[in-house]
Design a protein around this ligand. Structure first.
Ligand code: TYD
Ligand code: MG
Length: 444
């Protein structure tokens, strides 16, 4: 017989406490703790779990299968693995449901059963989106529900190859209390799905909402429970989306994929390294190309600057796509080391293509773009730069130097001004950079 014990549970957040308290220790709400009877879990353990030699465990059942998007297979470690769990996070409207429905359609086209469980959309909505994206094979099943128990029942009955749950925050579990999306609900929903999927060798893809600061909503525990955590990022007004891998049990980490949101769903951009350059006119002043590194992927991105005479008592400094403090800092270093006076100038700077960069390697290209705008002289046509600038004006190496260099050479950039090559080119500090890039032109 299971032992029954008494605990106090918060009706707002579901946190348990062994004693009654006026204020919930977890969510700080007042008068929310209520007495509940719970069966002790100790009695419920399965005593039949005998260990088996690892060498005799069959791995045949866990051969990965294709997701229909080759680049996605590569970053997931050769495809989707049966029994594995993937968490996909992202802001609303970024394209999570679109991407996953595309994957669902591609997997179903291989005559594998796929279940698309949505707590957000009605079946008719899913169907109309699916028709827009491609065919609707017979083996693609859908269910629209807000109760995880419905999904679990279908899972046990149909044993699909892949299940997509959109989203974990919109489902509720009878095993937990509180509103959908609260910590206990998310944990209970995810645990139920994970256990069932492991038992049926189904690949589970969970969609997760993100909070305002970009973190996955719900317990951090969710990230520990799954095998892979990926996130879809980007500006909704721009047409590109970045898919990043944070945790990966079956494949490479820190990978990045660039997608284009088109009329027929998400399309992978095969060579994203020059995607953010767009159509640029190298003869214009105030622009420089940086070989930035995002995760392990080098991207050539244009950095632009505009230096104008100011009519304000405090000159304006604007930075788009990177931290404005970096601009302040670089301007201070340039004033001190190059004996320039920016006090009478408004300075605007932005990273082209709508991408956000936090790479310290941006410094050198940003300084070059500012100098180029100040002197109204364009940089050499195929010049690329990267490197961090110290407060004393020295150029410092940044991570992934060899990756950036290999990519810059492959794309035919020249001159390549990097911390590694700087010594050879006589550029050890920002003062040399100004001389190297602009003095020769001034002589003409
Ligand atoms: P959606 O997948 O619903 O986002 P999420 O599930 O992350 O909230 O993204 C929908 C957006 O994508 C919406 O603004 C419409 C747009 N879209 C396209 O541009 N092309 C398409 O083929 C589809 C299906 C959607
Ligand atoms: Mg959605």
């Amino acid at each position: 017989m299971a032992k029954v014990r008494s605990i106090y549970k918060c009706s707002a957040c579901g946190a348990a406490s062994p004693q009654w308290k006026g204020q919930c220790p977890a969510c700080q709400e007042w008068n929310t703790l209520e007495l509940v009877q719970q069966e002790s879990r100790i009695q419920q353990y399965d005593t039949d779990n005998t260990p088996v030699p690892l060498s005799q465990v069959s791995s045949k059942r866990h051969q990965p299968y294709k997701s229909g998007i080759r680049a996605l297979d590569h970053i997931l470690g050769n495809g989707l693995v049966p029994g594995a769990a993937i968490l996909l996070g992202g802001e609303p409207g970024i394209g999570k449901s679109t991407l996953l429905l595309q994957v669902a359609q591609a997997v179903a086209a291989q005559e594998r059963t796929v279940l698309y469980a949505s707590g957000e959309e009605a079946l008719a909505q899913i169907k109309s989106r699916g028709e827009r994206l491609g065919d609707l094979p017979e083996s693609l099943l859908a269910i629209s529900t807000s109760r995880v128990e419905d999904v679990l029942a279908v899972l046990r009955e149909t044993r699909p190859t892949l299940v997509i749950v959109d989203s974990v925050q919109t489902l509720t579990s009878m095993a937990a209390e509180g509103l959908p999306g609260n910590v206990n609900q998310v944990r209970a929903v995810a645990t139920g799905l994970l256990e069932t999927c492991r038992a049926t060798d189904t690949t589970l893809v969970l969609v997760g909402h993100v909070t305002k600061d970009g973190a996955l909503a719900g317990p951090r525990l969710l990230e520990h429970m799954v095998d892979t955590v990926i996130s879809l990022e980007g500006d909704r007004r721009q047409m590109f989306r970045l898919l990043r891998v944070f945790k990966n049990r079956f494949g490479p980490n820190e990978e990045l994929l660039v997608f284009h949101m088109g009329q027929k769903g998400m399309e992978v951009i095969d060579d994203p390294s020059t995607f953010f350059l767009g159509a640029r006119d190298p003869a214009l002043s105030g622009a420089a190309v940086v070989m930035a590194l995002d995760g392990r992927r080098p991207l050539a991105v244009e950095v632009q600057a505009l230096a104008n005479r100011t009519f304000l008592s405090i000159p304006r400094r604007t930075a788009l796509g990177f931290d404005v403090n970096r601009l302040h800092l670089l301007l201070a270093v340039m004033e001190k080391r190059l004996k320039l006076n920016f006090g009478q100038m408004d300075i605007y700077a932005k990273v082209g293509g709508g991408i956000k960069l936090s790479d310290p390697g941006l410094d050198l290209a940003l300084s070059a773009a500012i100098l180029s705008s100040c002197y109204d002289m364009a940089l050499p046509e195929k010049c690329v730069l990267w490197g961090e600038i110290d407060l004393n004006g020295q150029i410092r190496p940044v991570s992934g130097d060899h990756l950036r260099l290999a990519q810059a050479r492959r794309l035919g950039f020249s001159p390549i001004i990097s911390p590694q090559d700087a010594g050879k080119q006589g550029i050890n500090a920002i003062a040399d950079l100004g001389r190297k890039l602009f003095c020769k032109k001034q002589e003409h």
